[in-house]
Design a protein around this ligand. Structure first.
Ligand SMILES: [Zn+2]
Length: 327
């Protein structure tokens, strides 16, 4: 039997990317700016246009596709296809599935963006073949997801997998979630930038902000991090080591709880720095594993699919749900 072609969509606060996917292969794709500041209606229009562009590129019509599945950045009611809360988009209770189903006439499913990215890496990327896997994505925040016994673990409220908000330092730095000491408050790009700024304000030297300006960036991006490391900027090096240390602790804690075969690290920083970013994380993790037996076989590896993890994973999620609905 041939595999159906599914439209996988990665909805981010900056870009929306739609792709026609068949069995883990991206056939055609299209990216547009999301422009959340223009309001919910405009964003939904942009998602529809992006999807229709992919139809055109495939020289196909809606009927030629089996389903659409969207990874959205926030809490999602997957049964109802409703985005419950997506702070980056300023969305609350948006019935995205129903609205797009009405416009496209296809089954439209909605899931959390990080969950679908983790599923993509698990089925077609770095975690292929693993029964138990942890995905950790390092970006402006720290996201992640858990694969337990071959399937994504959602938890009874759909709230599982919030690896970025594991507290690694009680009463530590204030996190975006309002609590103190989460790993995200130390290890994300946003956190590294804040830490560097604080040290600079204490009178220490750094070139990070000049490098940022030279590159025309208004925040600490992965390319700014790389250039700052090349310039051997001491504050950048410290902030990165600090990030890696806490990610190592996080990794060990998660391994001690879930005992996965593999931990897949994704996101811009990991993509940019690769193995050199993971090395110190592995070292710290190993020092904190409870069960030493077989610990050297636990793999900590970079993600393999890059930006395609979202659309590819969304297509997998859609195909599984289609199958479940016929059975
Ligand atoms: Zn937090």
């Amino acid at each position: 039997m041939t595999h159906p072609v599914i439209i996988g969509v990665d909805l981010g606060a900056t870009n929306v990317e739609a792709a026609a996917v068949r069995d883990g292969d991206v056939l055609k794709s299209k990216k547009k700016k999301t422009r959340p500041e223009k309001g919910v209606e405009e964003v939904i229009d942009r998602i529809e246009k992006t999807i229709r562009k992919v139809f055109d590129k495939m020289d196909a019509e809606a009927d030629d596709f089996a389903a659409v599945c969207i990874g959205a950045p926030g809490a999602v009611d997957t049964e109802a296809g409703i985005v419950r809360s997506a702070p980056n988009l300023k969305w609350d209770d948006v019935p995205l599935g129903e609205v797009l189903h009405g416009r496209l006439g296809l089954p439209v499913m909605v899931d959390n963006d990080v969950n679908v990215g983790v599923v993509g890496e698990h089925v077609h990327g770095a975690g292929k073949g693993a029964l138990d896997m942890i995905g950790i994505f390092v970006g402006t925040g720290i996201g992640g997801g858990l694969i337990v016994n071959g399937t994504p673990h959602y938890g009874w409220r759909g709230a599982a997998g919030e690896v970025g908000h594991v507290i690694v330092k009680p009463h530590g730095r204030t996190c975006g979630c309002g609590r103190e000491g989460c790993v995200e408050a130390y290890a994300s790009k946003t956190a590294m930038e804040a830490i560097i700024r604080e040290e600079m304000e204490k009178g220490r030297d750094t070139q990070v902000f000049e490098i940022m300006e030279d590159k025309g960036k208004n925040k600490l991006t992965s390319s700014v991090i790389e250039a700052s490391l090349e310039a051997e900027d001491p504050l950048m090096e410290e902030a990165l080591q600090n990030s890696q240390y806490y990610l190592g602790i996080l990794t060990a804690d998660l391994v001690n709880v879930l005992d996965p075969e593999i931990v897949v690290y994704g996101g811009g920083v990991v993509e940019r720095l690769g193995e050199s970013f993971l090395k110190p994380i592995k070292r710290t993790a190993r020092q904190h594993y409870l069960q030493r037996r077989g610990a050297e076989q636990i793999r900590i590896v970079p993600a393999a699919l890059g930006d395609d993890a979202g659309p590819i994973g969304a297509a997998v999620v859609a195909q599984r749900r289609l199958r479940a609905s016929v059975n």
